[in-house]
Design a binder for this molecule. Structure first.
Ligand code: NAD
Ligand code: ZN
Ligand code: ZN
Length: 394
């Protein structure tokens, strides 16, 4: 492309509620403080599913057409003016939560909510108000400023982190969202303590990672709760001591948890995204000091809270990306995986090429998968080969 644009394949969401369509897109070169990344692997998070199929329902409506995907890993292809932290060939993980390192929030130990480019990213555009991805002459929005369902994408340099060169990208892509979120929900937001009791509601990738976090914190009892009993075997691998299905009990599940633990758990972690489950999680905690952490996502619903539950000393809190400061913390999580302190392979139940990305969505919704890893580019190919082979001609 004369203008420096790259032609490649991407899964485009043209309209809400319809499967993704594999298209030839053009990815413009990175502008100031932007980086163009070749995505090697990505996985599908429940939040991608919701933004496609629940847009305007559980989720606010985002502009379409859109390239979804925010759990990916790749290699830097080129950098724009002003970029100092990255060079071509670096292994990287794109981040839907930025970290500018300079704002009040980045400087505070109390939060990871950096707001750099926030409004724009929510609207699916980069800092200058436009997207770098286009298809058939039309601008395609970039989900959360990331868009990993494309062989190439452009991200802001505050929404990208460099990771060690020996990290397997088809595994560490999971650290871009779900696993980090659940693990941090237990460790950072909940601050789960040794010998405590925990209940994890929802045993998808986020919930299983929360179980893993409770185990890392040396909780004594970890109760996994899911309406799909197929998840229980995996939950035990990650450290669940008991697994229960709400459908097996006549009474509400919070009553079951309170009975099992003689008064409630010290920590409850909601990893489903349903407001009735959030209320149940809060009500399953012990009075005086129980903590309920909400990791599940909804943007349009209200949650019911009995005021006396809070008055009696419980804490209710939420977490975005598990409380991790994205740029500095994700490489540390990669190290933890490389040092066998954190599991990743165990989350991966399926692998498919980009062409079958809709299968990954179906497997997630059907409760058949935990995470499906999608391969976009061959890590062995350099960019020149890619241009001749995989990528389409002008
Ligand atoms: P998932 O679909 O893989 O897992 C959800 C699990 O919840 C499934 O196993 C399902 O069977 C179970 N479930 C459904 N209804 C239930 C009920 N009533 N009681 C108990 N279990 C029930 O999803 P995921 O990718 O693990 O994501 C989980 C949630 O976390 C979603 O809402 C997602 O949007 C959210 N999320 C939040 C953040 C964040 O930053 N806070 C990041 C990633 C994902
Ligand atoms: Zn996610
Ligand atoms: Zn910041």
């Amino acid at each position: 492309w004369a203008n420096g644009g790259l032609g490649c394949k991407a899964a485009v969401a043209w309209v809400p509620g319809k499967p993704l369509s594999i298209e030839e897109v053009e990815v413009a070169p990175p502008k100031t403080h932007e980086v163009r990344v070749k995505i090697i692997s990505t996985s599908v998070c429940h939040t991608d599913w919701e933004n496609l199929y629940d847009a305007g329902k559980g989720m606010m409506s985002r502009p379409f057409p859109l390239v979804l995907g925010h759990e990916g890993a790749g290699v830097v292809e080129s950098v724009g003016p002003g970029v100092t932290g990255f060079t071509a060939g670096d292994k990287v993980i794109p981040l839907f939560l930025p970290y500018c390192g300079e704002c009040e929030r980045c400087q505070s130990v109390k939060t990871n909510h950096c707001r750099k480019n926030w409004e724009k990213a929510q609207r699916g555009v980069m800092a200058d108000g436009t997207s770098r991805i286009s298809c058939q002459g039309q601008q395609v929005h970039q989900f959360l400023g990331v868009s990993t369902f494309s062989q190439y994408t452009v991200v802001s340099d505050v929404s990208l982190t460099k990771i060690r060169s020996d990290a397997p990208l088809d595994k560490v892509c999971l650290l871009g969202c779900g696993v980090s979120t659940g693990y941090g929900a237990a460790l950072n937001a909940g601050k789960v303590e040794k010998d405590s009791s925990c209940a994890v509601f929802g045993l998808g990738a986020v919930g299983l990672a929360a179980v893993m976090g409770c185990k890392a914190a040396m909780a004594k009892r970890i109760i996994g709760i899911d309406i799909n009993p197929k998840k229980f075997e995996k939950a035990k691998v990650f450290g669940a001591t008991d697994c229960i299905n709400p459908a097996d009990y006549p009474q509400p599940i919070q009553e079951v948890v309170v009975e099992m633990t003689r008064g409630g758990v010290d920590y409850a972690l909601e990893c489903v995204g349903r407001t009735n489950v959030m209320s149940a999680a809060l009500e399953s905690t012990r009075d005086a000091w129980g903590t309920c952490v909400i990791a599940g996502w909804t943007e349009t619903e209200d949650m019911k809270v009995q005021v006396t539950k809070i008055l009696m000393g419980r804490t209710l809190k939420g977490t975005y990306f598990g409380g991790w400061k994205s740029v500095p913390d994700v490489p540390k999580l990669v190290d933890d995986y490389m040092n066998n302190k954190l599991l990743l392979e165990e989350f991966i139940t399926h692998n498919v090429p980009l062409e079958q990305i809709n299968v990954a969505f179906d497997l997630l919704k059907g409760g058949e998968s935990i995470r499906t890893v999608i391969s976009l580019c061959d890590p062995e190919d350099d960019d020149a080969t890619q241009n001749k082979g995989l990528l389409f001609k002008q």
